[in-house]
Design a protein around this ligand. Structure first.
Ligand code: GRF
Length: 223
């Protein structure tokens, strides 16, 4: 594959960047036909920035604390994103809630990975909440991002059993392993032109996903 036929994608991070790393690995191993044009973090201390630098990927910081408000921050973020003209923007552990105006700019080309089986446990502290709720099965979801937090059309999910000995940390670690599988897979489909947002629903290979796909029951040709 030459760089010319690879889709330019851009990652937004806030922290460790393990999902970013899984995307970097998938691109470098040729599993995703894309080039990661840049990684932008709202936190200067995010280790994900070092991951980008190690892999020769442009990295920027748009520190939300330097702006008077959400709109000013998002204007600066959008201006920086647009310097890279990405075809797809990936929130990968990005911890800022984005306004409707921002999301509308990237409708259909903004994905997010969330550590729960949406629509359950939107928002933060999902692993604690799952354990407190006594659910037997927990997991993660890749979805098109919309202005409602963690509420866009879900594309693909993966599940883990909640074990009696689990605490939030042990459960998070198992969910994270699944995140690192499903996010690159959904991005692969998007970069192959197989996945799109159509009439407010996720569509794969021309078929609208009435329910999210489940990693555990995917047809082989989708892997
Ligand atoms: C992950 O659980 C992700 O789903 C959530 O933040 C956690 C850390 O992500 N949004 P990463 O290691 O920074 O990719």
């Amino acid at each position: 594959m030459t760089n010319t036929d690879r889709l330019p994608i851009l990652a937004l991070i806030s922290g460790g960047g393990s999902n970013l790393q899984s995307l970097i690995d998938a691109v470098e191993e040729g599993r995703i036909n894309a080039v990661i044009s840049a990684v932008i973090s709202n936190r200067p201390s995010a280790y994900g920035l070092q991951r980008a630098q190690i892999h020769g990927i442009a990295s920027d910081v748009i520190d939300h604390r330097h702006y008077s408000g959400r709109h000013e921050f998002e204007k600066a973020l959008r201006d920086r994103i647009e310097t890279y003209s990405p075809a797809l923007v990936l929130m990968a552990g990005f911890m800022r809630v984005l306004t409707e105006e921002f999301v509308a700019c990237y409708e259909g080309r903004l994905l997010n990975i969330h550590p729960s089986l949406l629509p359950d446990f939107r928002g933060l502290h999902t692993h604690n909440r799952a354990i407190d709720a006594g659910v037997q099965v927990h997991g993660c979801s890749v979805h098109f991002a919309t202005s409602d937090l963690d509420s866009g059309p879900v594309i693909l999910q993966a599940s883990v059993s909640v074990l009696p000995i689990d605490d939030a940390e042990s459960l998070a670690a198992r969910v994270l392993e699944k995140e690192h599988i499903i996010y690159p897979l959904a991005v692969k489909w998007f970069c192959e032109g197989r996945l799109r947002l159509h009439q407010n629903a996720a569509e794969l290979d021309g078929k609208s996903l009435a329910e999210p796909l489940q990693l555990e029951s995917l047809n082989k040709e989708l892997l």
